[in-house]
Unconditional design. Sequence first.
Length: 307
Amino acid sequence: MRDHVTLVEVGARDGLQNEAQTLSVALRCELIERLADCGLTRIEAGSFVSPKWVPQMADSDAVLQQLKARSDVRYSVLTPNLRGLDGALSADAKEVAVFTAASDAFTQKNTNCSVAESLERARAVVDAARTAGIPVRGYVSTVMGCPYQGDVSIDAVLDVSQSLLEMGCYEVSLGDTIGVGTVKQTRELIRALAMQLPVAQLAVHFHDTYGQALANIHAALELGVRTVDSSVAGLGGCPYAAGASGNLASEDVVYLLQGLGLSCGVDLQQLAMTGAWISQQLQRDHSSKAGKAIAAKQAAAVRESQG
Ligand SMILES: CC(C)(COP(=O)([O-])OP(=O)([O-])OC[C@H]1O[C@@H](n2cnc3c(N)ncnc32)[C@H](O)[C@@H]1OP(=O)([O-])[O-])[C@@H](O)C(=O)NCCC(=O)NCCSC(=O)C[C@@](C)(O)CC(=O)[O-]
């Protein structure tokens, strides 16, 4: 349906993996359940990576096992290698994601291997996951620029995206990892990819470091993209880029979609309350403009009703 946009909520994974404070399994589950209650149908719940590298995502197996099964919600987890996939399957994961980048320098820092090696690892994971009947999403980081290498060519993004789709990923999420992309770049990238790949298999994943993510998402929507990643309250950042912000806040994306007359099935009021709640738990500033405005309005209404 062209008027429907699917949101992939990454706050409990991309967001929390970059927060200074590591949340307990109980709080991570509560966040995910609250997000599902808001109407989000695709939610990243954790990752099966080395806890030495990303301690915030340790015990993702316990998170998956403690979540209520819901027929209308797909929970996904990141699996960088076969060991990660084994862990995810043992925890009864129903969907996994592999990840690489369009830049060797970034891939080396992120996963200790080259892009080519990361694609080999991804292929092994995709083959085994598909044998187990599990769908796999693919991520490409640094599509608009790399913190180490600088510029990243559209051809490099195309090559990696093509490889992920050819090996069997059902969708590729294009990550502006350090939030440097602009509308012009977004248009050029999506136009070029859409000439070679089905646009229905492309998702966008914008971090908001330079405040361009909302404009970039709008540009991608205008070119037919209908899957958007976002993070409640704008949780997160990027450990490999000083000053990088988290993904654009889900509340801001929902407000944008409502204004455009595009449906996403998410209750914005409830999402704003969830964003305010998790920001309080993490004792961090709420990064969503729409979320803050709605929460302030809700608080004023409560004060008024109490006389
Ligand atoms: C990928 C590895 C594991 C390779 O790490 P490595 O050092 O190359 O691999 P290794 O096989 O030599 O293993 C090193 C250690 O990790 C362990 N290990 C090995 N595999 C696993 C596993 N699956 N689960 C748990 N532990 C594992 C392994 O047992 C060993 O433990 P040690 O002997 O030191 O005690 C490592 O580099 C790693 O965990 N990196 C973390 C990557 C990560 O999580 N990055 C963030 C997610 S990607 C992202 O955020 C971008 C995205 C998707 O959001 C899009 C965007 O915004 O751009």
